[in-house]
Design a protein around this ligand. Structure first.
Ligand SMILES: Cc1cc2nc3c(=O)[nH]c(=O)nc-3n(C[C@H](O)[C@H](O)[C@H](O)COP(=O)(O)OP(=O)(O)OC[C@H]3O[C@@H](n4cnc5c(N)ncnc54)[C@H](O)[C@@H]3O)c2cc1C
Length: 401
């Protein structure tokens, strides 16, 4: 048996950390890679420049068992771990960056809140359709006056018989979704926040004119004008906010994984280019100024990957720890964007055109520094962890005269 002697004591190897994937993880990674190359690589360029959500890919992924990877089999999932889902989203992003959004939606986002806290009936009516790839689910959380300060949200849920009437407005969600997990306020304070399930087409639920993010993807405002939600569509009542945010850490892992994978996509494209492009009679990879960029990119990518894997592995089948998630998201967001930016520089004018997907990855990875908890909010959270105290971001109350 392998091991080491420490302070005169034999420590067997199973006490040591293992940075290798297991045989099962490697086999799964390989099978997703093969699927992505066979089914997604062709058409990746086209998909990146279409603003609508790629529904055909959701159906393909459902058939391949790539939706609900982490959900229990009793809920129609695959019974895998968060690490399995991370491996899958990485492989898909490397073949077709845009298709990684489908993996996000079907594994990391609002789907996890629904799976964790939904009733059997809600899972039958909502979750099953997401897992089959027939319907798209999205989170509607942000409001015009409640972005980073999301607990300031005002969309109200007022009792009406056994159900509730929803009034308010959300901004930035995917307008192509069929069902939404809508964060609502039943009462005052953080404790008054929970969520309901709403389908498009519910009377009083309308969408604003679609607009575009820098990435080219669509978003639209959602308007709720006294929308009736029956009791069977209430997901979380008062006190639900903490549960929603705990599961939102899964969303952040998916966000981090895509940032990192997009960075790696650009790094690979730039490395291939630097190996063939000649200037001054020499290959780009022979210039030390370029070599050092690659050395720095590799270190950033490897370091971010370890932090991402730490958060995912430790979560196993549950929700990832807030501290590890925050560190992973912050590092992967910055790394993904920095590497995409450097790769674009290495590829010169070509990198800045739509002849490759490097400029697309650059635009997309920029958004993840804002979405799902901005870089600044991640740093605020880390400061609280470091100093083991809360730092309120709120303006001090006006002094009573
Ligand atoms: C690509 C993309 C996709 C999105 N998808 C969705 C979605 O599907 N559903 C949804 O509900 N929302 C979505 N959002 C919205 C997203 O969650 C918000 O944009 C985010 O929470 C930031 O809120 P804000 O835009 O209102 O910025 P603000 O909160 O107004 O912040 C503006 C700036 O100030 C900084 N800032 C704010 N407070 C502090 C502080 N205390 N300390 C230091 N800096 C601070 C922020 O970091 C930011 O840089 C998406 C956003 C993007 C960019």
């Amino acid at each position: 048996m392998r091991g080491i002697v420490l302070a005169g004591r034999w420590i067997p190897s199973y006490f040591r950390m293992d940075f290798n994937l297991t045989d099962e993880q490697r086999a799964f990674q390989e099978s997703v890679r093969a699927f992505a190359r066979r089914e997604l690589e062709q058409g990746a360029f086209h998909r990146a420049h279409v603003s609508e959500f790629p529904r055909d890919i959701a159906l393909k992924m459902a058939r391949a068992g790539l939706l609900g990877i982490t959900l229990p089999e009793s809920d129609g999932g695959m019974g895998g771990t968060l690490m399995d889902a991370v491996l899958a989203i990485e492989q898909v992003a490397l073949a077709c960056p845009r298709s990684a959004d489908v993996l996000q939606e079907g594994n990391f986002g609002a789907i996890r809140v629904l799976a964790a806290f939904g009733t059997a009936d809600q899972k039958r009516r909502y979750l099953s359709k997401v897992l089959s790839g027939e319907e798209i689910i999205a989170v509607a959380m942000t409001e015009p006056n409640a972005g980073s300060a999301v607990t300031d949200l005002e969309t109200s849920a007022k009792p009406d018989g056994a159900g509730f009437r929803i009034s308010g407005q959300k901004v930035f969600p995917n307008p192509h979704a069929d069902q939404y997990v809508v964060y609502v306020r039943y009462g005052p304070g953080v404790g008054g926040i929970g969520s309901v399930l709403l389908r498009k087409g519910a009377p009083g639920f309308t969408l604003g004119k679609p607009s575009k993010f820098l990435s080219g993807a669509d978003w639209a405002a959602l308007y709720f004008d006294d929308v009736y939600v029956p009791p069977e569509d209430v997901l979380l009542r008062e006190g639900g906010f903490k549960k929603q945010i705990a599961s939102f850490n899964v969303e952040r892992i998916g966000n981090a994984a895509r940032s990192l994978a997009f960075g790696r996509y650009c790094y690979t494209a730039a490395r291939d280019y630097a190996g063939v492009r000649k200037q001054f009679g020499r290959l780009l990879c022979e210039f030390q100024g370029i070599q050092w960029k690659f050395a720095e990119m590799k270190v950033q990518l490897d370091a971010a990957q370890l932090l991402l894997y730490r958060a995912a592995v430790n979560a196993d089948r549950g929700f990832p720890a807030p501290e590890e998630t925050t560190v992973a998201k912050l590092t992967c967001n910055q790394t993904g964007f920095n590497v995409a930016n450097e790769a674009m520089q290495i590829m010169g004018g070509l990198g800045y055109t739509q002849e490759t997907l490097v400029e697309y990855c650059f635009r997309r990875s920029r958004g993840w520094m804002i979405a799902g908890g901005s870089i600044e909010m991640m740093k605020n959270r880390l400061a609280e962890i470091i100093f083991e105290r809360r730092f309120s971001q709120r303006a001090p109350r006006a002094r009573a005269s």
